[in-house]
Design a protein around this ligand. Structure first.
Ligand code: WTA
Length: 631
């Protein structure tokens, strides 16, 4: 396949070309696609503003490249294989022709319900094919999709809808998750009390639970689809028109809406999917993420479909009906490339090999890892027991803001090394800097990971607040994109991501800001103040440790914990529940009132040996007290 790197020598020569002449390199890849009009210039960029444009003045619609482009040669090839929550329910297989028709139909539904180019549409859905259909239909009509993970609370949903003034909400009556049923519509109804911009709600029927439908506002997916025509000419989009918004946590305040645009995102997700996983035409590719996160956007939907691949969509959880579900499904669907998160690997590892042994797993060719650092034990377990020592592991490092994978082995090309994301992909120019922003050029060092040159799917802005984007990513170090990650580069020039250096936690691969969790905890009526830090957790990677100050004595600690968890679940999501809560009488603060999180992180880790200088604290005795009472 053209543009596929087949040897280490080719990697080095393609990499060299991509650095010396990025515009020629990326233009050649962009030629793969159908354009309504070709671009005038490939790239224009400025990291200070920031202002980054790729494929300037090009006109296209990404869905023509995900769907229409494939119809002639792959019309009857499965585009999506859907694996339902219950292994007793049959799979659904949707061919490219069928997906194209469904997307066209739903594009008409959106248009019939008043959506025009540039409108924002919020999706809060289960992991069903209709989610992919809705995402692509938004792109086809030129609406900007904002998918919200269906595990978020009503309040989180309403905040996200309001931040980008979404006009339509697409949801379902409910969802199945393991042996639980969640009434999604009820959560939506709660959220919709405070979302004035929403004019229509389109409801997909999944669980057939009784729900309220508000006349004039709520319509059923199936009845709208029945009324809609099956043809829809894709709307012409500019390369830099916004494709989607995806909210993610940062170190301060509320989550921000990361914005990606049409052409650059298309070119980059296509290219990285093709190379990192060494995509082949007969692959069955399974990424276990939820479409509510960037991994689902880029490697369940866009990357695979742009390549004409067969992508698996899984509705359930890894432990239902038992901890062998992933492995059973791999055998059943003959999955060849499998992409999951370290947290899933660690939890399945803890369930024991009896859940792996019954399965052959001989269809597998490549294993992927994403979302957090993979520890050595999990790496070897995955490599030995799932990949049977024959499948390369691609440890892919990237972020919501990067749109696609930046640092990763290329399967069968880059020699892997446990826990290392290894080398940058072509077009990616990482550098390590020290706290002062000076580049560290040697190998065998640690530093802050930055990028000194744009790749096509770099974040363009944060929705409605460009200054926030500049502040968060482009202002820490001049002329660099700052990732927020600490990183080691070894003697071979291989990169190993250590973890966040800012106040962002990574809990089971979910990004959560400490400030966000603190703000939620502080809503508990008896909590005056709190400080939250991440600490090493065997399964989750990081757990959440909350230090809280209460206004009155807490007698029933288990009741108190339950209340705190309820508050968090209501305001954010159950994924943000603290693993440990410690009631304290004070927090270690500097004289200027700043919480010394460094000290709290050490205490949470259980490492009291090297707390550093505590003499600048307003009241150093609180540290002793916290240590004494640590659980
Ligand atoms: C972390 C997920 C180590 C990192 C695609 C990054 C990783 C954050 C890896 C982004 C990896 C992601 N090794 N750490 N292979 N992949 N991370 O936005 O800290 O949900 O900054 O994107 O996850 O999380 P996000």
């Amino acid at each position: 396949m053209k543009h596929q790197i087949k040897s280490l020598e080719q990697y080095h020569s393609d990499y060299k070309l991509s650095i010396e002449n990025p515009e020629i390199f990326w233009a050649d890849i962009a030629e793969t696609f159908v354009w309504k009009k070709k671009w005038d210039n490939v790239l224009d960029w400025n990291f200070e503003k920031p202002d980054i444009k790729w494929f300037i003045n090009g006109k296209l619609n990404i869905t023509e490249n995900c769907l229409d482009r494939h119809l002639e040669i792959r019309g009857d090839k499965p585009a999506i294989i859907w694996e339902p929550n219950s292994s007793d329910e049959p799979n659904r297989i949707i061919t490219y022709k069928e997906l194209h028709e469904a997307v066209c139909r739903f594009s008409n539904v959106l248009q019939n319900n008043g959506i025009v180019k540039g409108d924002r549409v919020c999706l809060y859905m289960p992991m069903v094919p209709e989610l992919t259909i809705a995402v692509l239909a938004c792109a086809r009509v030129g609406a900007i999709h904002s998918v919200v993970f269906a595990g978020f609370s009503a309040q989180s949903l309403s905040d996200r809808i309001n931040d980008s003034d979404c006009k339509i909400l697409i949801t379902a009556d409910g969802l199945f998750r393991g042996n639980k049923t969640v009434n999604l519509k009820e959560i939506c109804d709660e959220a919709l009390k405070t979302t004035p911009s929403i004019e229509k709600v389109i409801v997909y029927k999944r669980t057939a639970d009784t729900i309220d439908m508000k006349m004039g506002r709520d319509v059923w997916w199936h009845s709208e689809m029945n009324k809609a025509a099956t043809k829809f000419d894709a709307i012409e989009m500019d390369s830099e028109d916004e494709l989607f918004i995806l909210y993610t946590s940062g170190s301060t305040g509320k989550p921000k809406g990361v914005v990606h645009t049409c052409a650059g995102y298309m070119v980059y997700t296509y290219y990285t999917f093709l190379n990192v996983f060494q995509y082949e035409e007969d692959d069955i590719f399974w990424c276990t993420a939820d479409v509510g996160w960037v991994t689902g956007h880029s490697y369940i939907i866009y990357g695979p479909l742009l390549n004409g691949a067969t992508t698996v969509m899984f509705e359930g959880i890894p432990t239902y009906p038992d901890a062998g579900r992933f492995w059973a499904t791999i055998d059943k669907l003959q999955v060849s490339k499998f992409y999951t998160a370290p947290t899933a690997i660690r939890s399945l590892m803890a369930s024991g090999l009896d859940f792996v042994k019954p399965y052959k797993l001989d269809s597998l060719k490549v294993l992927g890892s994403v979302g957090e650092p993979i520890n050595e034990e999990a790496w070897f377990w995955y490599h030995d027991n799932i990949g049977k020592e024959r499948c390369p592991i691609v440890d892919t490092w990237w972020q919501t803001e990067t749109g696609g994978i930046l640092i990763s082995p290329i399967a069968y090309v880059t020699p892997t090394k446990p826990t290392f994301a290894t080398l940058p992909l072509p077009g990616v120019q990482p550098i390590l800097v020290n706290q002062q922003g000076e580049e560290i050029v040697e190998n065998g060092v640690e530093g802050l990971l930055c990028m000194k040159f744009p790749w096509p799917s770099i974040i363009r802005t944060t929705y409605g607040d460009h200054e926030r984007c500049r502040q968060a990513y482009f202002s820490t170090f001049k002329n660099l994109y700052f990732t927020g990650d600490g990183c080691r580069r070894d003697e071979d020039g291989y990169y190993r991501i250590i973890g966040r250096v800012d106040d962002v936690m990574n809990v089971s691969g979910h990004r959560l800001g400490t400030a966000e969790v603190e703000n939620a905890i502080n809503e508990h009526p008896n909590i005056i103040e709190s400080a939250v830090v991440g600490y090493p957790h065997d399964i989750k990677g990081q757990g959440i440790y909350a230090f809280v100050i209460c206004d009155k004595q807490v007698n029933d600690i288990s009741l108190f914990t339950k209340e705190v968890n309820e508050v968090i679940s209501k305001i954010i999501s159950p994924i943000a529940k603290p693993d440990r809560i410690q009631i304290v009488s004070g927090l270690p603060k500097t004289r200027s009132g700043k919480i010394m999180r460094r000290i709290l992180r050490k205490i949470a880790e259980g490492d009291f040996s090297n707390l550093g200088d505590t003499s600048t604290l307003l009241d150093p005795t609180v540290v002793d007290e916290i240590i004494r009472n640590r659980k």
